[in-house]
Design a protein around this ligand. Structure first.
Ligand code: NAP
Length: 331
């Protein structure tokens, strides 16, 4: 059997690679297959031979012209903030990771191009070994969503055992993981989901109660669940549904949401509202890996596309009602 690129020694990393990149901003059709140079490593970086790349709504925002600094990027721009794969080469100062290690990684707006590519060069601190018991496809689906879910539960809200937590937008990429982390922390979870299939999914993942937040009375159902008011709300969708969740909080209750949720919740007296961004680092990945292993995390993958069909993956994303996560199979 011929050696796959996954098993190639570092010396055989090719000079060029297949990547999906954009040359201009626009709709899914601007995502095109390119042949690009394999990125050259700095001393603190590792080169990952990508197996799976995550597809998120932030990728679609960047495709349409959003950048974190508001500046026009250099084209061709390779999208993709996270994924999994095998270390193909390491920078001279990297000690923690070595060639052939199976890894997962999150690097938002990665300076040398994203994960929609056969190879990506990432700062080593944003790369970690794949959790035990998880395959590369599922590990590639969770770096962004897993860090966001866990940091929402543990850091932004500080959820404690016995608390009641409302997770709004629980059937999406982040929410499906947040339900499991909240339950792991000993919380009772009330989830709002999209559609009857979304409700069934979040119940299966551990929500004690759930409603279709688009069609059912969220406040009434949440009050029936927590008659004295819920302790906390974690929002993964904005607008009226999120406001109705906040209506069901107790006095002094708290709200958190990751930046990007729009519209942002309206400030109100007696309610603490915090927004946050997911952080990637050695400590953050250690915590995520432990949480994944202890919860035996279930990762719903709504759809998987070959790398060359990234445009179709973005069309699927735009169609909405994605239960869990969309991924690209790069190898
Ligand atoms: N700042 C950061 O570090 C960071 C990191 C990750 C994510 N984020 C943000 O976090 C948010 C969630 O990300 P995600 O990947 O989980 O997105 P997602 O997969 O689209 O999840 C959002 C979910 O909310 C559902 N929803 C919308 N309105 C609802 C309602 N009224 N009731 C119940 N459910 C409702 C959506 O269903 P439909 O699809 O059917 O509408 C979808 O399943 C996004 O805004 C993203 O930009 C920020």
């Amino acid at each position: 059997m011929p050696a796959t690129q996954d098993t190639m020694p570092a010396a055989t990393v090719p000079k060029t690679m297949v990547a999906v990149a954009i040359d201009e901003f626009g709709g899914p059709e601007v995502l095109k297959v390119h042949t690009l140079k394999v990125p050259v490593l700095d001393k603190h970086e590792v080169l990952i031979a990508v197996h799976t790349a995550g597809v998120g709504r932030w990728d679609a925002d960047m495709r349409e012209g959003w950048t974190p600094d508001g500046e026009v990027p250099r084209f061709p721009l390779v999208l993709g903030t996270d994924g999994s794969g095998v270390i193909a080469a390491t920078g001279s100062r990297v000690r923690r990771l070595k060639v052939d290690d199976l890894v997962y990684s999150y690097s938002f707006y990665n300076p040398k191009g994203g994960f929609y590519a056969q190879y990506v060069a990432v700062a080593a601190e944003k790369v970690a070994h794949i959790p035990g018991g998880m395959d590369r496809e599922h590990a590639g689906a969770i770096p962004t969503t897993g860090l966001t879910a866990l940091q929402g539960i543990d850091d932004a809200l500080g959820v404690k055992s016995g608390e009641t937590v409302i997770i709004h937008g629980a059937s999406g990429g982040v929410g499906t993981l947040a339900v499991q982390f909240a339950k792991w922390r000993g919380a009772k979870v009330f989830a709002t989901a999209s559609g009857a299939d979304g409700v069934a999914l979040v119940r299966q993942l551990g929500a004690a109660a759930a409603v279709d937040g688009r069609h059912e009375d969220i406040t009434a159902a949440a009050r029936a669940f927590a008659p004295n008011g819920a302790d906390a709300v974690l929002g993964f969708a904005g607008g009226d549904g999120l406001e109705r969740c906040i209506d069901a909080l107790r006095e002094g209750g708290r709200v958190a949401y990751p930046n990007g949720v729009e519209p942002e919740p309206v400030k109100r007296p007696g309610v603490e509202i915090v927004s946050y961004d997911a952080l990637a680092g050695v400590r953050e990945f250690n915590r995520l890996t432990r949480a994944v292993e202890e919860t035996k995390l279930k990762v719903p993958i709504a759809a998987a596309f070959p790398l060359a069909e990234a445009a179709r993956a973005h069309e699927r994303l735009a169609a909405g009602h994605v239960l869990g996560k969309i991924v690209l199979r790069v190898r």
